[in-house]
Design a protein around this ligand. Structure first.
Ligand code: AMP
Ligand code: MG
Length: 338
């Protein structure tokens, strides 16, 4: 299959492909999403096939107007309305009990559905022009870092999808915050640009799911099926080094002889390192780190014969928790205190 590259002005062409049951990667303010008609099971199956996504990992359904939610859920609860009012359009995904309109293929067999109303004007235009809710998981091969540019999408899915709409780089660079309102206390299953503090300001009560910062224990079924799968990892093993800049630089410079080490570090570390270094932003700027992390993880794979990657440990404040969570997963939760 030839993958068409569409411009951000080609929203009608993208909508036409989607209405005909095709799959199109679309820009959003978080990462690029691989979209298909949420009501067309054959189209939804194409997404699982192109990504190599396990069938029990549910998809987020994207809408362009709040009213569209009523047909998709059993109850647009008071908490959900408050969150939608505060954060939509934007990078927040809300999980509610699903209506019969959502197939078990979309929900990965669960009785809930994840919903988002994105802010990106091109995404909203495309959804609006199809007149349909669109499922849109991140437009990467399962397990790879999420795509923050059309080039990332093409690198993973070129030849496997109908089209990609290129609108440049994504604003946030990490996927949406996912919150479940199907638990006793609202639970953040994936941190993102909308933080726990933001949500507590609106709901009063919310907590971070254990799986955000800890590996899933054997025999435990996670609330979010996605958390049990390997994610974001480059080919070489990643280790997070937790400590000061001085300790990080010493650790790497003293352990690098005879090995092809890559430092995944901050701009400020580079002048002191004796190994190949790829920066994922500035130490005090979590927003920039979020924007750059996936691109930096992809850049590591372009270096030949890497033995190991040592990453600086990001701050957990604000969107920093999302950066930390993605890096933890890329590192398979492997951290050394230095
Ligand atoms: P992605 O589609 O790549 O943005 O990832 C979406 C994430 O949301 C995955 O980790 C899914 O497991 C999770 N998710 C989607 N729908 C649900 C749901 N109904 N219940 C729990 N987690 C969900
Ligand atoms: Mg994903």
């Amino acid at each position: 299959m030839k993958t068409q590259i569409l411009s951000q002005n080609d929203t009608l062409a993208a909508a036409k492909i989607l209405n005909a049951g095709g799959v199109v990667a679309i820009p959003t303010e978080t990462v690029y999403g691989l979209a298909a008609n949420a009501f067309n099971n054959a189209a939804v199956r194409k997404i699982f096939g192109a990504k190599g996504r396990p069938s029990d990992n549910p998809l987020i359904v994207h809408i362009s107007q709040v009213d569209e939610i009523y047909a998709l859920v059993q109850d647009f609860t008071e908490d959900a309305q408050k969150l939608a009012e505060a954060f939509w359009p934007g990078p927040l995904t809300i999980i509610l009990k699903k209506s019969d309109a959502i197939s078990k293929i979309v929900s990965g067999g669960l009785d809930s559905v994840a919903l988002r109303l994105p802010e990106h004007p091109v995404a909203r235009k495309i959804i609006n022009e199809t007149g349909l809710p669109l499922v849109a998981p991140s437009a990467n091969t399962s397990g790879r870092p999420s795509p923050t540019s059309a080039a990332h999408v093409i690198a993973d899915l070129g030849g496997k999808i109908d089209a990609v709409v290129d609108a440049g780089r994504c604003k946030f660079g990490v996927e949406s915050t996912v919150i479940s309102l199907c638990e006793a206390v609202p639970k953040i299953l994936r941190p993102g640009a909308v933080t726990l503090e933001h949500i507590r300001c609106v709901l009063g009560n919310a907590e971070i799911d254990n799986a955000v910062l800890n590996p899933i224990e054997d025999g435990v079924r996670p609330i979010s099926p996605g958390t049990k799968y390997k994610h974001y990892a480059p080919k070489a093993d990643v280790t997070i080094l937790k400590g000061t800049r001085g300790a990080y630089i010493d650790y790497i410079n003293n352990n690098c002889s005879g090995k092809n080490i890559v430092a995944l570090c901050y701009d400020e570390d580079i002048p002191y390192l004796k190994v190949s270094a790829i920066s994922y932003g500035k130490e005090a700027d979590s927003t920039l780190q979020a924007e750059k992390l996936f691109d930096s993880l992809r850049a590591i794979d372009k270096i030949e014969g890497v033995d190991a990657v040592y990453a600086r440990c990001p701050s957990k404040c604000g969107i920093g928790l999302a950066v930390y969570n993605r890096l933890l997963r890329a590192a398979g939760f492997h951290i050394i205190e230095i």
